[in-house]
Design a binder for this molecule. Structure first.
Ligand SMILES: Cc1cc2nc3c(=O)[nH]c(=O)nc-3n(C[C@H](O)[C@H](O)[C@H](O)COP(=O)(O)OP(=O)(O)OC[C@H]3O[C@@H](n4cnc5c(N)ncnc54)[C@H](O)[C@@H]3O)c2cc1C
Length: 297
């Protein structure tokens, strides 16, 4: 990991030797998804069936088909359509807007930038803006630029021409005045796919009265600031729910209650911690605060 200030000052560099024990293992999402999908019997996943509604034990899909269910598990992310069956809570914007870009095959296309980034995370903290660059297993680098204290409709006013990628990259660099050109070179090196993401969260500690045949996991249940826990919690939710269902194969309502009890407790702690880190990221002296955060002890 490398932590820098926007003028290029290196605050922190942690180099993990290649043969170090893997105490915080990482895996690309696409590899993990393939690994999980390949472990399932064929046809378990019905592609092309987007959930539309559920009533009286019947699921309806947007392609017009329908089927019955024993237990409906909403794992459908931040904009979950299953969530309203359990709670009125809705995600609200947290004053952060993110632009995501990608540098393809960086070792071959930009060896100088590859050396600058190192093997893992490269994190630059400026005033109200951060840039995070992360290597993926296939040689791509994902670059995320976060604009803090920005309103929900910020993309409508920020004049980033997403339909003209070279001009959008150039506008993004203009939005980073005073940043070291070696850092903004990362934006110049990106390919044309540019994704805007408006960041929302659910209330910390959200719960709902247990319903025998419906539950939620992942972002559908506990959408939190994107500071490193959401995917971990979603995976743990899935594992915990599977374990409780296996322990109560003839009593799904009991399994759901037991799962939700553990999940509410665990994820509200993670959401509280994530909100604290998010507050640090939005602080005026963010770089120094983050440097202190990463100091051992
Ligand atoms: C910019 C950013 C950076 C992040 N960084 C990190 C990080 O470093 N570490 C971390 O742990 N987390 C991070 N997160 C959070 C993480 O991405 C999420 O917490 C995680 O993806 C949640 O997984 P999920 O399976 O619940 O939801 P998702 O990954 O959103 O998956 C939901 C799935 O449901 C599908 N779906 C949606 N609607 C329907 C429907 N109606 N019918 C059928 N399917 C549907 C979608 O297509 C999607 O495949 C970050 C998030 C953002 C936005």
């Amino acid at each position: 990991m490398r932590l820098l200030e926007s003028d290029g000052t290196l605050l922190l560099q942690e180099d993990t030797p290649g043969d170090a024990p893997s105490t915080r293992p990482e895996i690309d999402r696409s590899d993990l998804r393939d690994l999980l999908l390949d472990s399932l019997p064929e046809d378990t996943v019905r592609w092309g069936h987007a959930f539309e509604s559920a009533a009286n034990g019947r699921l309806h899909f947007t392609n017009g088909s329908s089927t019955t269910y024993d237990l409906l598990v909403g794992a459908d992310g931040a904009q979950s359509r299953v969530r309203p069956l359990l709670t009125d809570a809705r995600p609200t914007h947290i004053g952060q807007n993110v632009v995501e870009l990608t540098i393809p095959d960086i070792d071959r296309t930009h060896p100088d930038l590859a050396a600058m980034l190192g093997r893992g995370n490269y994190w630059v903290l400026g005033n109200g803006i951060s840039l995070a660059a992360q290597r993926n297993g296939d040689g791509r680098v994902r670059v995320g630029i976060s604009f803090y204290s920005t309103p929900e409709d910020w993309f409508a006013t920020a004049a980033i021409p997403f339909d003209n990628p070279p001009a959008a990259r150039s506008r993004l660099i203009d939005l980073l005045p005073g940043w070291n050109p070696r850092i903004t070179a990362l934006i110049e090196a990106c390919e044309d796919a540019i994704t805007p993401r408006s960041i929302t969260t659910l209330p910390i500690g959200l719960t709902w009265p247990s319903t025998p045949d419906i539950t939620l996991l992942g972002d559908a249940a506990h959408l939190m600031p994107p500071v490193g826990e959401g995917a971990n919690m979603a995976l743990l939710d899935g594992a915990q729910l599977a374990l409780t269902l296996a322990a109560h194969p003839n009593d799904f309502p009991a399994a759901v209650r037991e799962y939700e009890h553990e999940m509410f407790d665990r994820t509200s702690t993670a959401a509280r911690m994530s909100a604290e880190v998010q507050e640090l990221l939005m602080a005026p002296d963010v770089a120094q605060k983050m440097f202190a955060f990463f100091q051992p002890g």
